[in-house]
Write a protein that binds this ligand. Structure first.
Ligand SMILES: C[S@@+](CC[C@H](N)C(=O)[O-])C[C@H]1O[C@@H](n2cnc3c(N)ncnc32)[C@H](O)[C@@H]1O
Length: 310
């Protein structure tokens, strides 16, 4: 757990629109007085709706790895029964063990947990983070900038074989070999420092007919792979589903997970179906209604799965 920074990015308030908000709240089946952990509090959109349901007798604990997002969340969730911590959702047991005594939680398990994975629109908009393809700032891609190494450093230091493996594992990128080779060639003459630098290199390595025909930006999978690698996102999710969350959720308690790409969704689906600790409540993932898809394009790839702890 690191200490919060003071900046709140390029705007004063979070511009992030929570996805599948009504569906998530309905599936969590919240009641007054419950103890809820929002493991990815972000701009606080889902948390605000959770607080309305659990009322003043409930307790909300919000985690996020990103200090900027916690600053946004604080503006929205300024209530005595809300406690925010900069950490990963994989550390929820440590967060609960270190809660201030005023919350009187003791070793009580929690009633509900939410994970809304990935990144927020606020992070995407912040040029200094490198999440957007057009960004001219540093290619960082970390949620917590006080931990690990930024993506520009990772791709400067990684050997070509490991780069290929990273792009295949975290992006299922079919042109991984050509892209890794283009990155290695470019860095011999010129460092890849910004997202724009990376986009140019990736775009040039992909056959032009594929670039033309694709509905997605040609660098989408590469950015996803690098972000997953620098933040160790899939390991965090596996740890959370296997032990961190079942260890603190009460029997009958619910976990809701919103994922945005197939690698994450596969991990959640597998855990809910094959791990005896979970009883899956959503046989098919819940997806956004047409109106939400139109209003909030981020919701188009969102999948919500919910399970009950046995
Ligand atoms: C999609 S946003 C959440 C938005 C939030 N539900 C809202 O309504 O505003 C995802 C958030 O998860 C955070 N995050 C990503 N990985 C994390 C992790 N392992 N632990 C905690 N937070 C994480 C990101 O920094 C980001 O703020």
């Amino acid at each position: 757990m690191s200490s919060p920074e003071s900046n709140t990015g390029e705007h004063d308030r979070s511009i992030h629109q929570p996805v599948l908000l009504r569906e998530t709240i309905d599936h969590l089946d919240l009641h007054p007085g419950q103890i809820v952990v929002d493991g990815t509090v972000g701009g606080g959109g889902h948390s605000q709706a959770i607080l309305e349901q659990i009322g003043p007798s409930g307790l909300l604990i919000g985690c996020d790895r990103d200090a900027m997002m916690l600053n946004f969340a604080r503006l929205k969730l300024d209530q005595p029964n809300c406690h925010l911590v900069q950490t990963s959702y994989a550390q929820i047991p440590e967060v609960l063990a270190a809660l201030p005594p005023a919350f009187e939680l003791g070793s009580q398990p929690v009633d509900r947990i939410l994970l809304d994975l990935g990144l927020s629109s606020d992070q995407l908009q912040d040029d200094s983070r490198g999440f957007s393809f057009e960004s001219t700032g540093s290619l960082d891609l970390r949620f917590d900038r006080s931990e690990g190494i930024p993506a520009w450093q990772m791709i400067a230091e990684m050997n070509e074989q490991d780069l290929v493996a990273s792009l295949q594992q975290g992006g299922e990128e079919r042109f991984a070999t050509a892209i890794a080779s283009a990155i290695v060639n470019r860095r011999q003459h010129q460092p890849i420092k910004s997202s724009q630098d990376l986009c140019e290199t990736v775009t040039a390595a992909i056959p032009s007919h594929i670039r033309r025909d694709s509905r997605k930006h040609p660098a989408t999978r590469v950015f996803q792979a690098l972000r997953i690698a620098v933040n160790r996102e899939l390991d965090q999710l596996k740890t959370a589903l296997e032990s961190a969350i079942p260890d603190v959720l009460k029997p009958g308690g619910r976990l809701a997970v919103i994922s945005f790409h197939s690698l994450e969704d596969r991990i959640v689906k597998r855990a809910f179906r094959s791990d005896q600790q979970w009883e899956e409540l959503t046989k098919k993932p819940v997806e956004a209604m047409p109106i939400e898809r139109r209003m909030n394009p981020r919701s188009r790839t969102a999948k919500l799965r919910v399970a009950r702890k046995r």
